[in-house]
Design a binder for this molecule. Structure first.
Ligand SMILES: O=c1ccn([C@@H]2O[C@H](COP(=O)(O)OP(=O)(O)O[C@H]3O[C@H](CO)[C@@H](O)[C@H](O)[C@H]3O)[C@@H](O)[C@H]2O)c(=O)[nH]1
Length: 502
């Protein structure tokens, strides 16, 4: 490279390796991508983090209040907080640049209410905006020192990386088993379990490399559907076509949690289990990542006895029906447990902002708190929390294990169904409260009582404790995730290291 590039933050890039990190524009993907980006920067990479204007706007609004974010240039750079924190601690500045692209829709467009239209934009419009940006960013740097670190769900990264002449690192934010099942969709089709033009087989699946056996009902929701023409199916088919051509795969899982699946994937391509990827210190992040304003629950939690509170959240993306919500609400009330319930404003639909049963809040007064969003890692770490009723999003599972909190599983869609199998069947770190549609207040009550007060809770907590020790060991010096990340960084630096990396 002839001239030394200078980042917007004034840091000279030199010929450091340069990672362009592109997260999928959903909360559960942006959070681990931000923390992966910081880890890469800490290891001497110049990082360009590419956010959509929409996610940026929403996180800035949540952090600063609507007024500030709506102002021209409002909200600035989500990494500004990290810079300030590091400067205050006299730590060296990280070279993280921040770029925004349009996802094709106006900022005010309700992406939750118009899900399929939003997904069509991700499939057809966002790629063009990202390509335009990357041509500028990669050319301004040096293709020889650059790599793309892109969420696996994108539909173009291998193709684009080839065009730009840079490596494609596929970043997978779900467990390895999910990657493997999508990666081997051809086998599922060949054996008649998925997308085979007739009623799929219902017997146990035993032929996926590294997955000794799995029931069809434990597959991801999209692999259980018979209409495979939806926009999400089209995204998955294309994304995994691209994933087959990834140069490296980074996965937010831990080798000891899924050893046989990971070993089998390693036989296919360089696959690095580097999780769990969390905010530093498992504490509120200095980077604005929450897409809704966080309510401070600490005072309320401080006033509750140890392990007495059931934390309830269904993540950022999936919706529940009113009926499901009412059955769960009745079960929670009947259990008598204290609870902290995150009820996202669109959890049923943006059109239905107050979906709890009439009188619920009054009946729960004194022992329950309902908030629209919170800092989940802080809540899970609080001594008052004794159980987590979760939709089984992968980040939530990792966070719950790290905090030592047993789970009550209510998966809604996508990987969550398979994730429940890991939690409840393989690890025995949680229990199911029933399936979608069939969830019943009586069963919910019994399950809550078992986990929060009974013998079952003691056993589950013991299991979660063992898993937590496994995770801690994986990220400690000599641990598998730490070693895998070191190896990945070495490999990537050899490939596009330039001369300035550490
Ligand atoms: O009040 C809340 C609720 C959630 N979170 C955070 O938001 C993230 C939620 O992620 P996750 O639990 O994985 O759920 P989703 O938001 O539903 O994530 C999507 O992305 C995940 C990773 O790809 C998938 O496993 C899920 O199925 C998919 O729905 C976690 O880091 C939580 O700590 C908060 O900070 N505050």
């Amino acid at each position: 490279m002839g001239q030394e590039a200078v980042a917007a933050n004034g840091v000279a890039a030199g010929n450091k390796p340069h990672a362009v990190v592109v997260p999928y524009p959903l909360q559960g993907h942006v959070i681990p991508a931000v923390h992966l980006a910081l880890r890469l920067a800490e290891r001497g990479f110049a990082v360009t983090f590419v956010n959509t204007e929409s996610v940026h706007h929403q996180t800035s609004r949540a952090m600063l209040g609507a007024g500030a974010a709506d102002a021209p240039g409002g909200g600035g750079d989500i990494f500004a907080g990290v810079r300030a924190r590091r400067a205050a601690a006299s730590e060296p500045e990280l070279d993280v640049r921040y770029e925004l692209v349009s996802d094709g829709f106006p900022l005010g467009f309700d992406r939750s209410l118009n899900h399929d239209q939003f997904m069509e934009g991700i499939l057809h419009v966002l790629p063009a905006h990202v390509e335009e940006l990357l041509r500028r960013v990669v050319v301004a740097e040096d293709p020889a020192t650059t790599c793309l670190v892109v969420d696996t769900f994108f539909v173009w990264p291998a193709t684009l990386a080839r065009k730009l002449g840079v490596p494609y690192v596929s970043f997978w934010t779900e467990p390895a088993i999910i990657f493997s099942l999508y990666y081997h969709m051809d086998l599922l089709t060949k054996h008649g379990h998925f997308n085979c033009g007739k009623e799929p087989r219902k017997d146990t699946i035993t032929y996926i490399p590294g997955v000794p056996s799995i029931e069809p009902t434990e597959l991801m929701s999209y692999l259980q559907e018979t209409d495979t023409t939806s926009v999400v199916h089209r995204i998955i088919f294309k994304a995994f076509d691209e994933a087959h051509r990834a140069d490296y795969v980074l996965c937010n899982t831990v080798e000891e949690l899924e050893p046989s699946t990971i070993a089998a994937l390693r036989a296919e391509k360089p696959f690095y289990a580097v999780g769990p990827i969390f905010p530093a210190g498992f504490a509120r992040s200095a980077v604005a990542t929450s897409m809704w304003a966080e309510s401070d629950c600490s005072r309320w939690l401080d006033a509750q006895p140890p392990r007495s509170v059931l934390y309830i959240s269904f993540g950022s993306y999936a919706h529940v029906t009113r009926h499901e919500l009412h059955e769960i609400a009745a079960g929670v009330l009947a259990s008598g447990a204290r609870f902290l319930w995150v009820l996202r404003p669109d959890v049923v639909s943006s059109d239905d902002p107050d979906p709890l049963p009439e009188g619920f809040k009054a009946s729960a007064a004194g022992r329950g708190l309902v908030v629209p969003w919170c800092c989940q890692v802080e809540v899970l770490s609080h001594a008052a929390v004794g159980g987590f009723l979760t939709h089984c999003g992968w980040n939530s599972i990792l966070e719950s294990v790290w905090a030592g909190v047993p789970m009550l599983c209510f998966p809604l869609l996508t990987d969550q169904l398979t994730n429940r199998r890991l939690v409840a069947k393989e690890w025995r770190a949680g229990v199911s409260i029933g399936d979608r549609g069939a969830v019943d207040a009586g069963e919910v009550r019994t399950r809550i009582e078992g986990v929060m007060g009974g013998e079952e809770g003691v056993k589950l907590r013991e299991q979660v404790g063992k898993l937590r020790a496994t995770l801690e060991a994986a990220v400690a010096p000599g641990g598998s995730s730490r070693g895998n990340f070191d190896e990945f960084v070495d490999v990537l630096k050899r490939r596009c290291g330039g001369g300035g990396g550490q």
